[in-house]
Design a binder for this molecule. Structure first.
Ligand SMILES: [Zn+2]
Length: 193
């Protein structure tokens, strides 16, 4: 096992993905998926995304504070209040590290104005203008982002590939305490390349 596979192996083991033996492990290292909770949310519209070049990281920065919003809650809010097809993000990462599926991964999202046609949106639950990102939540974010880079053949250290919402639109999202850690996420993903 080379250094890269070893790092992958260590990260997947830490995430609770079982790697039984070296032969099976080699297969798993190529085909692994992070544990994603599928919610089967109902959307009023669906449009397939033409390309995937950018991963946009968000927080659920409710001004009233730091909340562990679920994909279901955000889905309801985006449908009923915003009048959208459904949740705008493709994933929500809860404070305990659970990854929830939002919009279908191949659909055009609604999370970064003018940048939805070529991007995947991940929402990390909480307001990181005020609080730090819990370790388990950060671990899931890194794992999910690494998987997306592998899946869509993206180069994580290339400028503009893993970005914060504030890099694209006029917003403080995803909060200073998460935005300041994007370099750490890019380096982690680089080890999965
Ligand atoms: Zn955002």
């Amino acid at each position: 096992m080379d250094r890269r596979d070893f790092l992958k192996f260590a990260a997947l083991t830490a995430a609770g993905i079982f790697l039984p033996n070296e032969k099976a492990s080699a297969y798993i290292l190529d085909t692994w998926e992070p544990p994603i909770r599928k919610l089967f949310l109902q959307f009023t519209e669906y449009e397939q995304r033409p390309s995937t070049e950018v991963i946009v990281i968000h927080h659920a920065g409710f001004p009233d504070g730091d909340k562990d919003s679920s994909a279901e809650e955000i889905h309801k809010f985006h449908q009923e209040t915003n009048g959208w097809a459904g949740i705008g993000y493709h994933f929500v990462i809860r404070k305990d590290g659970r990854i929830e599926q939002g919009r279908k991964l191949d659909a055009v999202g609604a999370h970064a104005y003018h940048h939805n046609k070529n991007s995947v949106g991940i929402c990390v639950a909480g307001n990181f203008n005020f609080v730090k990102v819990p370790d388990v939540q950060m671990d899931s974010l890194k794992l999910l982002t690494a998987w997306l880079c592998q899946k869509f053949k993206l180069k994580p250290t290339k400028r503009g590939v893993i970005v914060g919402h504030r890099d694209l639109n006029d917003t403080t999202c995803p909060g200073d305490n998460l935005y300041s850690r994007l370099g750490e996420i890019r380096r982690y993903c680089r080890d999965f390349e």
